[in-house]
Write a protein that binds this ligand. Structure first.
Ligand SMILES: [Zn+2]
Ligand SMILES: [Zn+2]
Length: 572
């Protein structure tokens, strides 16, 4: 198993504060540069800081037991008096998931469009937080300290998505997080016209998402996806089960429309799907045909060809509705022959295996599954592909370019793409989280020599940042080779072992089949204890440490495994 080594974890002296200097623009990502997820970019000028997005990321396989990862907020906490606000581009978790944990530390106003604000408010309420949220809309302009910000409408799988034009004393910066340019949508032309007006004013720096920079295929129009889903609805003779991202409201609208056309009722399964549809309905972002929604528990008397189920689980998430159906563990739904399942979402990198397992299980239970994403035209990515990225950069013609939202290779490829468009190599900055791009006097930009601490903050249950490398290493050792506990009962007066040492082991060996080893280990333990106790009588800390070491070596010699060894000494 790989060891846990987050980027820059060995950062010896993270930057606490920039030296007293003439104010100038500094831009640094605290998340999303070097990984897919936990997006956050900070803009600082003199005494003013604004933050764009505050996401979370799913843990990597070696982060055992960790729920998710959020951006490092040390720098922000230490400069919270400078923070004028946090602005959200849209409501996806990789842009908003960190806010309930970070907002209490920085307590600044929040700016978001209506739907995004609705999601954030709901999320904050779950944590009993009531931050000031200011609702903005595309086209609005606000001033936060020296920064003048204009909201630019973009298309994405989350409705109400915006990019930002940020006027700073050092020039105009354009920040575009998740977006797509769908040729089937009228807004696309208007958008390019708008971007062109910024280009004419002169754009100093462009920050642009990089998720799909490797993908060269053409954009699949969302309208084609609707048509495919509609025709699946027409053809299906039994129940229909559609799984998608709850927040892909365009897609969910498409499913509701297809259901209405084919006279199917729609039942919802999954908490996040339920929650999202409610928020979106209340805010007017979803048009739900009257009487179409039914309670999943009251679907018994609806004919199967008149029922569709909209559910969570498109990523194969543990405990999600679709995964429970696939495992035969769903309370109401038993998958059977005649069911049609549509997975209308792409797998987020890292989730491919769990999605494939879910699909296999559904087929095994007799369902027919459409899971091919773009290949089967049941999903279109919400992220701009190479050609769209190229179009945007070519339109904006920035002086400097910073790729954001991508693993390291995505950032490198995206910087190369910018170079193909005529941006010089030393004007396209590939930076990791915590690296700072600054504008020097005279207007030249460079990567600053100092970095800001951007090491991972792990969230485990209710604990934020209290699980560090040591806890993780222990979890990895236990997961890999198990645990071996030795309990010694020692006479308080004489310092002698009273009973034979107790041995408890889990995940290491099956003790009943290895009684020989357990017996030998007991003998070794006694010898070790006597040896050390003669030299350092009753120095339990020392003795335990020495025994942990020696017993570990003994077990390795016998089994070539390294369980976590825990000696316990009880005085009676
Ligand atoms: Zn998004
Ligand atoms: Zn995103």
């Amino acid at each position: 198993m790989a060891t846990f080594s987050p980027k820059q974890n060995n950062l010896t002296q993270p930057l606490r504060t920039f030296k007293a200097e003439k104010p100038h623009l500094k831009i640094f990502p605290l998340g999303g540069n070097g990984e897919i997820g936990k997006n956050m970019v900070v803009y600082e000028y003199g005494d003013d800081i604004i933050i764009v997005d505050c996401g979370m990321m799913f843990p990597t396989v070696e982060m055992l037991g960790i729920d998710f990862v959020i951006p490092n907020f040390t720098y922000l906490e230490e400069h919270k008096e400078k923070i004028r606000g946090i602005i959200f581009t849209h409501g996806h978790e990789d842009h908003t998931g960190g806010i309930p944990f970070i907002w209490p530390k920085i307590q600044c106003p929040i700016y978001a469009t209506k739907l995004t604000a609705g999601f954030i408010e709901y999320k904050m309420n779950e944590f009993e937080l009531k931050p000031p949220i200011k609702v903005v809309q595309a086209g609005d302009k606000i001033q936060l300290g020296v920064f003048k910000i204009e909201f630019i409408p973009f298309s994405h799988t989350f409705l109400d998505d915006v990019g930002l034009a940020i006027d700073t004393p050092d020039g105009l910066v354009i920040h575009i997080a998740d977006f797509a340019i769908d040729p089937s949508k009228l807004e696309s032309q208007q958008l390019l016209g708008k971007l062109n007006t910024f280009a004419q004013r002169g754009v100093k720096v462009l920050l642009l998402e990089s998720t799909n920079v490797e993908i060269k295929s053409d954009r699949l129009a969302e309208s084609v996806v609707y048509d495919t889903i509609a025709s699946i609805f027409q053809k299906a003779k039994g129940r229909l089960i559609v799984s998608s991202f709850a927040s892909s409201l365009d897609r969910i609208q498409g499913v509701l429309n297809a259901a209405q056309k084919t006279h199917r009722k729609v039942a919802i399964s999954g908490r996040s799907m339920d929650k999202t549809i409610n928020i979106a309905m209340n805010l007017g972002y979803l048009k739900v045909p009257h009487g179409i929604l039914v309670d999943l528990r009251r679907t018994d008397n609806i004919p199967e060809n008149k029922l569709a189920i909209l559910c969570t689980g498109s990523q194969g998430e543990e405990y999600s509705a679709l995964v429970r159906m696939a495992a035969g563990e769903h309370k109401q739904i038993r998958i059977k022959k005649g069911d049609t399942v549509v997975i209308s979402a792409g797998a987020i990198p890292g989730n491919e295996r769990t999605v494939a397992d879910t699909v296999n299980n559904l087929f095994r239970l007799g369902a027919y599954v459409y899971y091919g994403s773009e290949r089967q035209k049941v999903h279109s990515s919400g992220h701009a592909k190479r050609a769209e990225l190229k179009l945007v950069t070519a339109t904006i013609k920035p002086e400097y370019f910073i790729p954001i939202h991508g693993e390291f290779r995505h950032l490198v490829l995206h910087a190369q793409l910018a170079q193909e468009l005529g941006i010089p190599e030393d004007h396209a900055f590939v930076i990791d989280d915590g690296q700072v791009v600054e504008i020097l006097e005279g207007g030249k930009a460079r990567i600053a020599p100092q970095k800001v601490d951007a090491s991972y903050v792990l969230v485990d249950g209710l604990g934020v940042g209290d699980v560090g490398n040591i806890v993780l290493r222990d979890r990895q050792a236990m997961a890999k080779d198990g645990i071996f506990v030795v309990i010694l009962t020692v006479d308080h007066e004489t310092g002698k072992i009273i009973t034979s040492p107790d041995i408890i082991s889990r995940g290491f060996i099956y003790m009943r089949e290895r009684e020989d080893l357990v017996f030998k280990a007991r003998q070794e333990v006694k010898k070790m204890f006597q040896k050390h106790n003669e030299k350092y009588p009753a120095n339990w800390d020392f003795i335990k440490k020495a025994m942990r070491q020696e017993l570990g070596e003994f077990l390795f010699k016998e089994t070539e495994r390294r369980p976590m060894v825990i000696p316990v000494i009880i005085e009676v």
